[in-house]
Design a protein around this ligand. Structure first.
Ligand code: SF4
Length: 322
């Protein structure tokens, strides 16, 4: 089922399948995923580590080749583009990585790192590059005169993530994939970076795909949330509605496991129970059935399709909670 987010979505993923081989075995990383992201929207993509959410983000950017399916950006199928047309389209779609320190070349100065996408894009005028670099560094709260000539090791993790955000914005993209942008940072500075992303979204009119394993973070920034389990989407819906009334048992268990910041509240047992099955041999039928308290015989024989369960809310479950 195609999930309608808007009449004219900026990004549309259709029946995307991504598989790769490890040690001669096939990993089913993304299985028949369809998603739409409206212009100006933040879609949170959440799931346990290894569920395929980062692979999906990379496949959207064409950094990971899909076996089948389409990735339509502003109506253009990125999976069919090659060479210069793909490079041109990629300028409009950028990625912010999880580990800001590792993603900055330690031997290059900050001004050159942030200018690099402009060089690759063929902006030849050094003054124009300098002007643009200064503009984005200022936008992310850094003084261009102080930071441009320095090296990455002179900055904290939070400052490095600001530099990465500046680099991702220097080409004026429309769509940014944020892949776990705060999970490598100190808890004390996560809120600052999330606020900065919100500010940048408003200032530059961005559309965001925000990938994270931390539901509390996703809840704070997303208009809608998509929940992924073992390569498949389980649930998609408006953020507040999905957190208030989850329809998929997996979503409900993830929400129960969000820590409550109160010393008198005992933490819920780590749920869902057990480890996820291997993406090499996912369970038949519903992939969540081996950990689901509501599983029955139908769940092992029939793959549940995403279907509408409430206004704007879709769940792939034979026995949804709403
Ligand atoms: S389809 Fe069955 S196993 Fe899967 S989440 Fe729903 S109830 Fe649980």
């Amino acid at each position: 089922m195609m999930l309608q987010a808007a009449p004219n979505p900026l990004m549309k993923v259709e029946n995307l399948v991504v598989e790769y081989s490890v040690g001669g075995k096939t990993i089913h990383a993304v299985s028949d995923v369809s998603l739409e992201i409206a212009r100006g929207e933040t879609l949170g993509l959440v799931g346990e580590s290894g569920c395929g959410k980062s692979t999906l983000g990379r496949a959207v950017l064409q950094l990971r080749q899909a076996v089948s399916g389409k990735v339509l950006f502003d109506g253009h199928d990125l999976t069919t583009l090659k060479g210069e047309p793909l490079r041109k389209m990629r300028r409009r779609v950028q990625l912010i990585f999880q580990d800001p320190i590792a993603s900055l070349n330690p031997r290059r100065r900050i001004g050159d790192i942030v200018a690099e996408p402009l060089v690759i894009a063929g902006v030849k005028d050094p003054e124009e590059r300098k002007r643009r670099v200064s503009e984005v560094l200022s936008a992310v709260g850094l003084d261009p005169a102080l930071v441009s000539g320095r090296l990455p090791h002179e900055f904290s993790g939070g400052q490095c993530q600001r530099i990465c955000i500046a680099r991702s914005l220097v080409l004026n993209p429309e769509f940014v994939i944020c892949d776990e942008p705060v999970s490598a940072l100190d808890v004390s500075i996560r809120a600052q970076i999330l606020n900065l992303l919100e500010e940048m979204k408003a200032r530059y009119g961005l559309t965001l795909l925000f990938i994270a394993h931390d539901l509390a973070v996703v809840k704070a920034v997303s208009d809608r949330v998509a929940v992924m389990y073992l390569g498949r989407l389980c649930e998609v819906g408006p953020s507040e509605q999905l957190f208030a009334r989850p329809a998929h048992p997996y979503t409900a268990l993830l929400i129960e496991a969000i820590p409550v910041p109160d010393p008198d509240v005992r933490p819920t047992q780590s749920v869902p129970v057990g480890e996820p099955p291997s993406p090499i041999a996912p369970p038949s039928g519903c992939r969540f059935r081996t950990r689901c308290p509501r599983a029955d015989a139908r769940c092992s024989s029939e793959v549940p399709e995403l279907r509408l369960v409430a206004s704007g809310q879709f769940a792939a479950c034979h026995h949804p909670l709403v």
